[in-house]
Design a protein. Structure first.
Length: 228
């Protein structure tokens, strides 16, 4: 009985300390939970902002493929006529200036927000434009001067139109899949480029299988059209 009374006295004395300890534990748990919740909210907000930037970038990519579609530009004969009427530096191969600050900012967004797959296809598309510009210049140089060389260059040019179109289809399919939260891989790619023109592509074939090397192919700059 005496021991029981001592135990009651002990518990009575210890109860305030136990209560304080429980309060501290609960407070610590609340702080930890609040920190985790805050961190999760922050991560969700960051993820949402990143997704919005990616969506905007993908929209810009598809807009660029429309603006820079080589089939919307003059034929070799059309460019030859233009280069006769104006100085060479005033003849624009493409509808947009790929050396402008605006374009550089755009490609920086592609590098920052696009997936590896979209980034690879985007630069592959630019490489096909580079190949197209090379062949347009060859055609203009030989137009009205060497019919054999002009025909050879024009045959390659038609292949480059097809290559650019096929890349656009693959790029659009990849963008649409990602925006729909679908898993998609770039199909296996085989490339052909003109000799002595680094990075350009004039022929592309997509086949069954997965493209494992997604290192961006940076093409040579698109040059100003000139006739020697």
């Amino acid at each position: 009985m005496k021991n029981r009374g001592a135990m009651v006295d002990f518990l009575s004395d210890a109860l305030p300390f136990i209560s304080q300890a429980a309060t501290l534990v609960i407070a610590a748990a609340a702080v930890l939970f609040s920190h985790r919740a805050s961190k999760e909210v922050g991560q969700r907000e960051l993820s949402t902002k990143m997704w919005e930037k990616r969506t905007d970038t993908y929209t810009e990519i598809l807009r660029a493929t429309q603006d820079l579609d080589p089939t919307r530009r003059p034929t070799p004969e059309g460019f030859a006529t233009q280069s006769d009427d104006v100085p060479p530096e005033d003849v624009r191969l493409l509808a947009r200036d790929l050396e402008s600050e605006e374009w550089k900012e755009f490609t920086a967004r592609v590098d920052s927000f696009a997936s590896d797959e979209v980034r690879y296809l985007f630069y592959l598309w630019l490489a096909s434009l580079s190949g197209w510009s090379w062949l347009i210049m060859k055609c203009v140089i030989h137009y009205g001067r060497d019919s054999v060389k002009f025909t050879e260059a024009d045959d390659e040019l038609q292949r480059s139109y097809k290559a650019t179109h096929s890349i656009c289809l693959e790029l659009t399919a990849q963008v649409r899949a990602e925006l729909a939260f679908k898993k998609r891989s770039v199909r296996k790619v085989s490339l052909i480029g003109p000799d002595k023109y680094f990075g350009a592509v004039i022929d592309v074939e997509f086949t069954r299988g997965k493209q494992t090397n997604l290192e961006p192919l940076h093409a040579a700059r698109l040059s100003t059209l000139r006739r020697s």
